[in-house]
Design a protein around this ligand. Sequence first.
Ligand code: ATP
Ligand code: MG
Length: 341
Amino acid sequence: MSDIQPKAPLLKVQDLQVHFPMGGGLFHRSRGSVKAVDGVSFEVPRGTTFGIVGESGSGKTTTALAVMRLVKHTGGHIRLGDTDIGEAQGEALRSQRHRFQMVFQDPYASLNPRRRVGDAVRDAMALLNTGTPAERPARVRELFAAVGLRPEQEQLFPHQFSGGQRQRIVLARALAAQPELLVCDEPVSALDVAIQAQILNLMQRLQRELGLTYLFISHDLGVVRHMCDRVAVMYLGVIVEMADRRTLFERPLHPYTVALWSAAPSFDPRQRGRGRRIRLAGDPPSPIHLPSGCRFAGRCPAAEPACSQSEPPLTEVSPGHWVRCRRITVTADGPQPVPMG
Ligand SMILES: Nc1ncnc2c1ncn2[C@@H]1O[C@H](COP(=O)(O)OP(=O)(O)OP(=O)(O)O)[C@@H](O)[C@H]1O
Ligand SMILES: [Mg+2]
């Protein structure tokens, strides 16, 4: 979260699609595809944090990896500032890589166990051609200080650190290239709650000091509420609702969002015990055989027959608040939640 006024978007994702072909079969014919991301659009203003929430398998990580150009997108556009990073290939892509970096969930898995951590940060700079070799040691010291590590800790190996300290090292390494965008996929999910708060506060401070923009993925609603300026809720490869943090947490409209919030009232003590808990029946359908209408209709407590006919579009029901549900009505008082069950 930041006090910076929204400006032109740094990241602009338009109609992003990632369909994974289903391999082989007996005669090596393609047997359809997994529609992991199926037409996702959002913008992230510079210096702000955009959150993506949703159940396991909704396509959050695949969206992040596609933005990072680490999985192949099968459709859509990705722009970083004025650059079309979705189309860039080879050297053109390599020359942009320093501008967007990723922080993964498990800091241990993303560090080489046999490399001293100071060298790991220096390697990242060499790889992305940041500064001259002579400048790099001083820069590593600066980065270690910025993430709250001591200079002598540069000489240690990853196993000599705690999980929280390792995530600090990963942050230092991601920042080595002076990126504009940090894509963070569950960056604190592997850490103890007390340590989570320290890392989140560090990330907020770094954002303020360096003007960073975050794409922040988490299934923890409390964390998302703490960190994000704007939030999208994904369900089976699409965004079903998107709004600024306050609107989304205080006035969720999509039945899926309402159900998700009601299933986790503990993320906000004020919410505890308020409202009825809505249980979702069953699991999400397979992303290979998607239902024809609204993807959520089969589990939705408010579904009516028309919901299974065609997929509703993502519609702006009030300024900046987008919902993909045909049952939302907009009155003079604004958009009205769907009466459920
Ligand atoms: N390389 C791949 N090949 C085929 N299917 C994939 C591949 N990667 C992901 N998927 C599928 O795409 C869908 C979305 O997966 P993704 O990892 O993006 O979900 P997620 O929202 O990050 O879930 P989680 O909360 O568990 O991390 C899932 O159905 C997953 O099985
Ligand atoms: Mg994931």
